[in-house]
Each structure stands twice: as C-alpha cells, then as structure tokens.
Design a protein around this ligand. Structure first.
Ligand code: TYD
Ligand code: MG
Length: 455
C-alpha cells in the first residue's frame, strides 16, 4: 500500500504544495494553504503506450447533435440556463444562506417531477423539513423522490438503481466521500465528491444541480476548481431582506453569461418576474439630491436602476469611500477623473454610493450616473426626477458609447423618463427619433458636468 503523505492544499484554488508557504504558488492568494493528506496516486492514469477506444476525428466529421433540453417550467430559470435544462449538464448554484436556493430547487424539481424522474438529496435538512417546505409551496402531491444522505458513494449507488433524470444535491459542502480522509466541507472532500457526481451525471445523462455555500466575501466556498468542473455556474444576488432575488449566470457552456433571472420571494415561494425593467425604481415625490436613474443591460434585457450617492464633509485623514453594489475601484477612478478633467475635488469628502434594491451593477455604463449622483449630492442640488443617463467614462476624460443605446433609450422613455444625458455616439439617427425625449449628447467629462449644472 502506498504511504499517505502530508501536503498543503490551497482553499482558494485547490492546488497542492509539498511545503507550507504564506502564499499559494498557483493562484497567489495569501494564507490559504491548509494541511491535508495527499490522495494516493492512481496507477491507472500512468502512460504505458496502451491501446484505447478513443480516436482522433476531423472537425467536419464530428456528428452534431443539439443538446436535448427540457423546460423547467420556471421561465426565469430557463432563461439563465440558456433556454431550459440540458440533459447530462451539471449546474452549480451559489448564494448566501436563506436567499432561496433550496426553495427554488424544490419548486423546480416538483414541477419537473411530473415529466421526469427527480431526486432531491438533502444533506442539511431532515426529510421532514424538506417535505414541510414542499407542502408550504403547494407541491405535496408531486411524485418527487427525497433522500437524506451525505455519503457520495451511497448516493450514486441509490441513484444508479432509481435512475432519476434530474438530481439536486443540497449542498455539496455536506457531502463526503470514503476515498478521502479529511472532514466533510474540506477542499479535497468537496472536490472529490463533486468529481464523482459529475462523472456519474455525464455517464448517465442525468442533469445535476449542486448547491454551493458562499463565503463572507461572496465567492463560492470550497475550491475554485468546482467552478471549472461544472457546465453552468449560477449565483443568487440580492439581499435577504429584499423582496426581489436575482439569479445570474456566471458561466454557461450552453447559453449566454450574465443573463439575469428575476424572482420575487412570496409566502408561497419564489415567483418569476417576467418584466423586471422597472421594479427597482423608487419614484421620489420630489427630486432629491444624489439620486439618478441609469439603464443597465443585464443579459438580454435593459434594467432601470437608481443610483444614490451621499457626499459629506470628512473629519478623517482618510475620507471614506463606500460602494454597495459596484466596484469600489471604479468609484476611486471616477473621482480622480472628475478632479482632473472636471475640476471638482472631493478628496476631503466621504463618498457613499448605493445601487438601490441590492442589484449589482457590473457594467461600465453606470459611470456617468455615478459621477452625476456624486456631483448632485456634493452640490446638494437635485436633478429632475425624469432624467436618466448612461455611458462609460475613460481615464482621458472622454465619454464612451455603450452597446444597445437605442434600446436603453426606448426602455426609459417607455417608463416616462423625459431627459437623457448620453454619449454622443449613442444618439439615435434622425429617422429613429424617440418621441418626447430630450437628449443631451456629451463627449467629455466637462460637458457632462455642464449638462448636469444646467438642470
Ligand atoms: P431557503 O430556500 O431555505 O434558502 P437557502 O437554501 O438558500 O439557504 O430559504 C429562503 C428563505 O425564504 C427562508 O428564510 C424562508 C423564506 N421563504 C419564504 O419567504 N417563502 C416561502 O415560501 C419559503 C419556502 C421560504
Ligand atoms: Mg438550503
């Protein structure tokens, strides 16, 4: 028998090192190496010039099959999955505790179980708890199969017997395999259990959902390799206290990424929101300083969101820069651009930015809105509440156009917005004018600031 030897595994990327070090040599993260036992080498993987069933094929000869899909019956989930659940695909769903992962998957499986065999494996809750939830959601009579088990070998044995078409593992961090000796939830356990499940799914054509916990920093707990092993990675976004929950596709081998599905949490589970473009707008009765609307594009839909800024005199040597819902580096960059190209200095001010509704703004099209919101709060002058803006700002002080400008304009006009401050290159051509919309085109940061001052 091979001797098990000690090694150090990185909790961020899963790479193993023979010596402990402060920094992982593979991914560069600090303080992530922890002690673990090396899995004994598998002699089957060695190269011995052996014969194989695999053969090399020319691209043109590869037989094409469009992947078989089944609609889950939940439109917003189908949307982020790229048009339905692909057979034999593995989907990882991450999100904060209590955001609704178990709820969504119970709903999905209950609906799907009418068409396909479905198995819900729970390692966190008892069968009573799962069943109680299904009752609450009104799915008590659905032919859904449940299993409370945490050993991956047992799960696979039972699944091979039952032959379900869809399996949910809630959650992958509670599952362990007998082949690895470390504790459940540790890097090697999660990686090895997931690998076995993925292999099973691919061999049998079973669609597999893995629920993953997230760390305090908001990334999936356990090794990053989990994201590489699966076909699709979905993240829940939104605050637990908020009514709306969003699912974003971070990676999808069968569809577009960054597609967003929107749900509302009700007392009977998650309900899809099919027209979410204006749900995050809070109409202020009176215009308020520091607030402006921007139109972002999440996946294939425009979304109107409100950006709020509070700029206040700082009493510290290090003024605070706080961002909720967008990248803090972006704020620092834009404040520097505003100083250099607009002559407005905020180095002695605390700046707080919030994207209303717990939305994450991932696009650069929110740059002009961020700058105008900060400026409006700084000057304590509100902008009209029928105004909106979008556009990217470059380091040279230029305002760059964004994709799908006309669609954004139409969406905002549809919701009653009347004035737009947008990049010049995004102004629609003469024959496609939008009725009732007053457009102020800008090309430089100085023009943007002038335009805002005029309102
Ligand atoms: P849950 O789906 O268990 O979250 P997760 O698996 O991501 O940890 O629970 C989501 C929250 O939603 C929970 O706090 C209770 C609440 N909830 C409702 O508001 N309505 C419902 O119908 C259900 C089932 C849960
Ligand atoms: Mg859960």
């Amino acid at each position: 028998m091979a001797k098990s030897r000690l090694q150090y595994v990185c909790t961020a990327c899963g790479a193993s090192q023979t010596k402990w070090a402060g920094q992982c040599g593979d991914c560069g993260e600090w303080n992530t190496l922890i002690e673990g036992i090396a899995a004994t080498a598998n002699p089957k993987h060695g190269f011995a010039g052996k014969t194989t069933d695999a053969h090399i094929q020319a691209l043109a000869d590869v037989h094409l099959e469009t992947e078989a899909r089944t609609k889950t019956g939940i439109d917003e989930l189908d949307r982020v999955l790229g048009g339905g659940l692909v057979h034999g695909s593995v989907t990882l769903i991450g999100g904060n505790p209590g955001i609704g992962k178990s709820t969504l998957l119970t709903q999905t499986l209950a609906v799907l179980s009418e068409k396909l065999g479905c198995l819900y494996v729970t390692g966190e809750e008892s069968l009573q708890q799962v069943s109680l939830r299904a009752h609450r959601l009104g799915f008590a009579d659905k032919p859904l199969q449940l299993l409370s088990e945490t050993c991956v070998e047992s799960i696979i044995t039972l699944a091979a017997k039952q032959q379900p078409k869809v399996i949910v593992i809630d959650s992958i961090q509670t599952i362990y395999t007998e082949t690895v000796q470390s504790a459940p939830g540790s890097v090697s356990q999660v990686r090895e259990s997931a690998a076995q499940l993925v292999r099973f799914a691919k061999q049998t054509g079973t669609a597999l959902f893995l629920v993953g916990h997230v760390t305090k920093e908001g990334t999936l707990a356990g090794p990053r390799v989990l994201e590489h092993m699966v076909d699709t990675v979905l993240y829940f976004e939104g605050d637990q206290g908020e009514r709306y929950r969003m699912i974003r596709a971070i990676k999808n081998r069968f569809g577009a990424v960054n597609e967003l599905g929107v749900f509302a949490m009700t007392d009977t589970g998650l309900k899809t929101v099919s027209n979410p473009s204006a749900i995050f707008l809070s109409r202020h009765e009176e215009p308020v300083p520091g607030s402006i609307i921007t139109v972002t594009r999440e996946g294939s839909r425009p979304l109107l969101i409100e950006l709020q800024a509070l700029v206040d005199e700082s009493h510290s040597n290090n003024p605070r820069r706080v961002c909720l819902g967008l990248d803090p580096n972006r704020l620092n960059m834009l404040l520097a651009v505003m100083h250099r190209h607009g002559g407005i200095a905020m180095y002695d001010q605390d700046v707080f930015i919030n994207v209303v509704g717990g939305v994450r703004l991932t696009e650069t099209s929110g740059d002009t809105a961020l700058m105008l919101a900060a400026l409006s709060s700084f000057r304590n002058k509100p902008l009209p509440n029928t105004i909106f803006t979008f556009g990217e700002i470059g380091l040279a002080g230029e305002i760059r156009p964004v994709a799908n400008g006309e669609e954004r304009l139409r969406e905002a006009a549809k919701h009653g917005f009347r004035q737009a401050i947008i990049p010049k290159a995004n102004v629609p051509r003469k024959n496609s004018k939008i009725d009732g919309l007053e457009i102020t085109p800008v090309t430089r940061v100085s023009e943007l600031i002038d335009a805002a001052v005029r309102y």
